[in-house]
Design a binder for this molecule. Structure first.
Ligand SMILES: Nc1ncnc2c1ncn2[C@@H]1O[C@H](COP(=O)(O)OP(=O)(O)OP(=O)(O)O)[C@@H](O)[C@H]1O
Ligand SMILES: [Mg+2]
Length: 250
């Protein structure tokens, strides 16, 4: 543990306590079965995923590894509902992600899954605090509660002194920490991070990965993090290796 304390004390949704036990405790949070995803067709077809099975338990930090082109981003997008499999099933928190309608996808991304990307994806004209507040604006949360939660999240990622700065006034590592704080704002049950340290130097990348490790423990969420870095992999509970769109047996 790196001294990170949870933010569960400040609910992300008005009238709803964070950290409520799942109705089916003991079941995997993520359950992927026989997932195929092919881009294009005919001779140009690329079989990005060829029958992937994956379980992720609540509270587990899984490193997703594999060579460039092995299907990591495709799998993360399918798990998070950004993309649909051509075959197979994807359940997250008991919901069949592959068959969600548009409203269901919005709910999934607002309430269950949060993404962190290699390129941070912050809104350039907003301050760090305003970026973190974006997911909370989708909720009926009183302004004072929202501000309290944003302050807590920025403190959690060690940026309480940087609340008013815009992304271009922050270093890469600081921007990624803002992105992690934003991802945590809605108390997701699953954090999906696609090479979150890919644009950072080794030391900063390690600090960001250690932060992810710490917030997963503090918040009790699960995380799937794709990475090429062996040191990052060492911080995970388990590594899942993709080779040409298939999971290598453990
Ligand atoms: N939108 C797309 N259209 C066509 N082919 C795609 C598309 N996205 C990915 N692919 C192909 O699917 C395969 C898997 O790509 P994916 O991005 O999932 O790999 P990755 O493991 O994330 O690689 P990297 O480590 O470089 O990020 C690759 O062969 C890629 O070229
Ligand atoms: Mg990728």
């Amino acid at each position: 543990m790196t001294g990170v304390t949870g933010v569960a004390g400040v609910p992300a949704t008005a009238g709803e306590g964070a950290g409520t036990a799942a109705p089916d405790a003991g079941a995997p949070l993520v359950r992927v079965r026989g997932v195929h995803r092919t881009y294009g067709s005919g001779r140009a077809a690329v079989h990005a995923l060829r029958g992937v099975d994956l379980d992720v338990a609540p509270g587990e930090l899984v490193a997703l590894v594999g060579r460039s082109g092995s299907g990591k981003t495709t799998l993360l997008n399918v798990v998070g509902g950004l993309d649909r499999p051509d075959a197979g099933s994807v359940h997250v928190d008991g919901t069949d992600v592959a068959t969600l309608d548009a409203a269901g996808q919005v709910r999934l991304r607002r309430d269950v899954v949060a993404f962190v990307f290699q390129t941070f994806g912050l809104v350039p004209v907003l301050s760090a605090a305003e970026n973190v507040a974006v997911p909370l604006r989708l909720r009926a949360l009183p302004v004072a509660d929202r501000e309290r939660r944003v302050a807590l999240l920025l403190r959690l990622v060690g940026l309480d002194g940087h609340a008013a700065l815009r992304p271009d006034e922050l270093s890469g590592g600081q921007q990624q920490r803002v992105a992690i704080a934003r991802a945590l704002a809605g108390s997701p049950r699953l954090l999906i991070a696609d090479e979150p340290t890919g644009q950072l130097d080794t030391e900063t990348g390690l600090a960001v990965m250690a932060l992810i490790r710490a917030v997963v423990e503090a918040e009790g969420m699960a995380a799937v993090v794709s990475t090429h870095d062996p040191v990052m992999i060492g911080l995970a509970d388990r590594a899942v290796r993709l080779v040409d769109g298939r999971v290598l047996p453990a």
